[in-house]
Design a protein around this ligand. Structure first.
Ligand SMILES: [Zn+2]
Length: 300
């Protein structure tokens, strides 16, 4: 399973529990578009690798220890994040997924918007991922040549001037390219995959607490299934319901959502029955939460 980016989850919660500024709205839109694109590509890739002996690592993050990497010095960041690493056909592939709503003009150095202004250098991002992953793999004593791809998943988007490069995938060539790439490994590739997994960063340096205090949050119980900013309605003493998507919640589910929201916004916050109850706007009493805790149904 691919996990929803922490920042996106925080913004979804903050949309219900505060008022998002214009910048945050834009960021939420951008992150949810990117995440939707990654899920879309997962679905496509899953279909191609189904039944095959391959390994698919999603959202692979690692620390770049390559002292020779000059881009690291320039950008100041030592963390590399790769949307997809695929070990197939005894090769290692990466796929960087872009779900852009706007058209672009390809350039070997710089990409441009159709209006003429310059967009960032997408090839450089992919090259950096490739060289960092190459280094990581060599560092583990393995010998593979990483083959990197830039994938544009949005069928509504056009890339103008697109050369026929093997590492550029768009909806019109995706089927043919993936059919070639997705073949079973002939040899056991578990050791390189285990090694990569062992180098995986559990916590990203970009996963930061939301910039908000507990006191500034709107209290109440909300639906996590949809973006509705309306509070859940209490149907009976044991059940809540979202008036927007009609999803029903038991009291236990409501408590678990509240705990998850608190931990998502700021993992250093104390999560006590009294705080959860206050966060619920009094919808769930602290004695109820304590009872669930005693019964071992929630862990605090
Ligand atoms: Zn809902």
């Amino acid at each position: 399973m691919r996990k929803i980016p922490l920042k996106l989850k925080q913004l979804q919660i903050l949309e219900q529990r505060s008022t998002l500024g214009e910048t945050e709205e834009k960021e939420k839109e951008k992150l949810s578009r990117g995440y939707a694109g990654e899920l879309e590509f997962d679905k496509i890739l899953d279909a191609y690798v189904s039944g095959l002996d391959v390994y698919h690592l999603k959202d692979f993050r690692f620390k770049n220890d390559d002292a020779r990497d000059l881009t690291k010095v320039v950008s100041g960041s030592s963390e590399v994040q790769i949307d997809n690493v695929l070990a197939a056909g005894d090769r290692i592939y990466t796929f960087e997924v872009k779900n852009f709503a706007f058209d672009l003009i390809y350039g070997s150095k710089n990409w441009h918007f159709t209006g003429g202004s310059e967009y960032k250098d997408l090839s450089m991002q992919v090259n950096r991922q490739r060289s960092s992953l190459n280094f990581l793999i060599r560092d583990g004593g393995f010998n593979y040549e990483v083959i990197s791809h830039l994938v544009f998943v949005n069928p509504q988007q056009t890339i103008y001037n697109m050369p026929n490069l093997k590492n550029l995938i768009v909806p019109s060539n995706m089927g043919r390219r993936l059919a070639k790439i997705c073949v079973s490994n002939r040899y056991d590739q578990s050791s390189v995959v285990d090694y990569l997994d062992s180098r995986r960063l559990v916590k990203s340096m970009y996963d930061l607490p939301a910039n908000v205090s507990f006191e500034a949050l709107r209290c109440g119980v909300f639906c996590y299934r949809c973006d509705s900013t309306a509070e859940l309605e209490r149907v009976n003493p044991y059940k809540y319901c979202c008036s927007s998507c009609t999803k029903e919640f038991t009291v236990l589910e409501v408590i678990l959502v509240l705990i998850d929201e608190l931990k998502t916004l700021n993992e250093s916050w104390e999560v006590s029955p009294a705080r959860i109850s206050a966060f619920s706007g009094g919808a769930v009493s602290s004695s109820t939460i304590r009872r669930y805790k005693r019964d071992g149904r929630i862990l605090l």
